[in-house]
Write a protein that binds this ligand. Structure first.
Ligand code: ATP
Ligand code: MG
Length: 435
């Protein structure tokens, strides 16, 4: 992509409305713009990152055996009246009336809708286990939307729902999601710790929140230092027994402030670290909480009718962008992990008035593109200082700079954004080096 023809409206000054660094950097690097309180437009660069995160989430869901579908954003109130949550959900739910006076709502989550799909389509235990997910916008009329995409009103969530015949099989589905989450967050360059959680309005008794550590996190967290030693499970684990992996990751103490206060006044704090955390995912196993009132049952092996055992699992896809930036930035800007970077390489022509610089950079741009490297080419008529500053701000993993001096010696300067290390690389070697 040629920057001169792209759309990255960067901002030099610090936006006064942003209280935390990820929100400031998302505005400054031209990723998002606010359109109303807690509601954002995703600009091209931000959308690219959002899609990359979405894809990693999708790959790990598929690997764990879940199937993607897409449910609508607008739901009928009837289903929520059936489950009993229409009134309980309160003011966080955005309620809408259509021209015929029918009550609708903008979905804050999808337990009711998926349970309705299930009860209409699935009749037999032979069709279980079943695990369905979608990646769809949600709306919650948060009392205090803040911190940009971290606590928005409209936000993108991956949510899925597991259906099993027995509680034991339901726990296996829960474990598969637990492991998929460990893998997903690791691939996003994040260290996320599973913490025992309160099940809140979703109900049930088995639940974990996945928490990323960051100074600006909304909750205080307590966790054992021993988590550092745990390995992320490999991609081939899903056919085997997942319980030992889950047992390991739940063997050490980890809790958010709420759980810490109720459950563990007696914890030995010797090995416990405290910090602040951002909730990026939440998983629940809640048995027949929705299947029973909504009649989601199947015929069991003995011909008996059994209410299915369900779980639900969320990942805050749009919140993750904020979480990644909180965990990975410096004074100059964002530092994207390669897995979610909008482009892998930023190529800078440091002197656009020099014909030879233009020719050589154009040639490198073509070669990078032909080699399948995602590249952003800063060919704008701007000074070298502005180009370096913008490149640091938007945080691409590799920067390649070429000016008249390098041209003479046949070298580009290659900088690793994360480590700051710079080296000279021969112009003719740079494409192969980064491919
Ligand atoms: P929180 O305690 O932060 O309000 P929650 O418990 O209400 O979260 P869930 O209903 O479990 O959240 O939703 C699943 C995931 O969706 C959360 O783990 C979080 O990452 C994300 N999420 C929830 N609310 C928001 C929001 N207002 N803005 C952005 N992401 C959100
Ligand atoms: Mg909430």
């Amino acid at each position: 992509m040629r920057l001169s023809r792209y759309f990255i409206p960067t901002i030099k000054e610090t936006p006064s409305e942003a209280q935390i660094v990820s929100h400031r950097l998302m505005l400054r690097a031209g990723l998002i713009r606010q359109s109303a309180a807690g509601i954002y437009t995703w600009l091209p660069l931000g959308l690219k990152v959002l899609k990359k995160i979405e894809n990693i989430v999708r790959e790990e869901q598929n690997r764990a055996g879940a199937h993607e579908l897409l449910m609508p954003t607008i739901q009928s109130a009837d289903l929520w009246q059936e489950s009993g949550r229409y009134d309980d959900y309160g003011k966080e739910m955005l309620r809408i009336e259509d021209r015929h006076g029918r009550e609708l709502l903008y979905g804050p989550t999808n337990e009711e809708l998926i349970t309705d799909i299930f009860r209409r389509e699935v009749r037999s235990y032979r069709d279980l286990p079943l695990n369905l997910y979608h990646i769809q916008w949600k709306f919650r009329d948060e009392i205090r939307p803040r911190f940009g995409v971290m606590r928005g009103r409209e936000f993108l969530m991956k949510d899925n729902y597991s259906f099993d015949l027995t509680a034991e099989e339901g726990v296996h589905s829960y474990n598969a999601m637990f492991v998929a989450y460990l893998r997903t967050f690791a691939r996003l360059g994040l260290r996320a710790i599973p913490m025992k959680a309160d099940t809140g309005p979703i109900g049930g008794d088995l639940s974990h929140e996945f928490i990323v550590l960051a100074e600006t996190g909304e909750s205080e967290v307590f966790f054992d230092k021993g988590f550092d030693a745990f390995e992320i499970p490999g991609e081939d684990v899903f056919d085997g027994d997942l319980q030992p992996i889950v047992d390991q990751w739940t063997s050490l103490y980890a809790a958010t402030d709420e759980m810490h206060d109720v459950e563990n006044p007696g914890v030995d704090m010797k090995n416990i670290q405290t910090g602040r955390g951002i909730e990026v995912g939440h998983i629940f196993f809640f048995g027949d909480k929705y299947s029973k009132p909504m009649g989601a049952s199947v015929q069991g092996p003995e011909g008996d009718i059994v209410d299915v055992q369900m779980g639900s699992y969320g990942i805050g896809v749009s919140r993750l962008i904020g979480g990644i930036i909180e965990a990975s930035h410096d004074d100059n800007g964002i530092i994207w992990p390669e897995s979610v970077a909008p482009f892998k390489v930023g190529l800078m022509n440091l002197n656009v008035k020099n014909d030879e610089c233009v020719e050589t950079c154009d040639r490198l741009y073509k070669e990078f593109t032909a080699a399948g490297v995602e590249i952003l080419y800063d060919d704008r008529k701007e000074g070298a200082g502005a180009k370096f500053a913008d490149m640091d701000l938007i945080g691409l993993p590799w920067q390649v700079a070429l000016g008249p001096r390098g041209l003479k010696s046949g070298m580009v300067e290659l900088k690793n954004r994360a480590t700051g290390e710079r080296e000279e690389v021969a112009i003719d070697d740079i494409v192969a080096r980064l491919s």
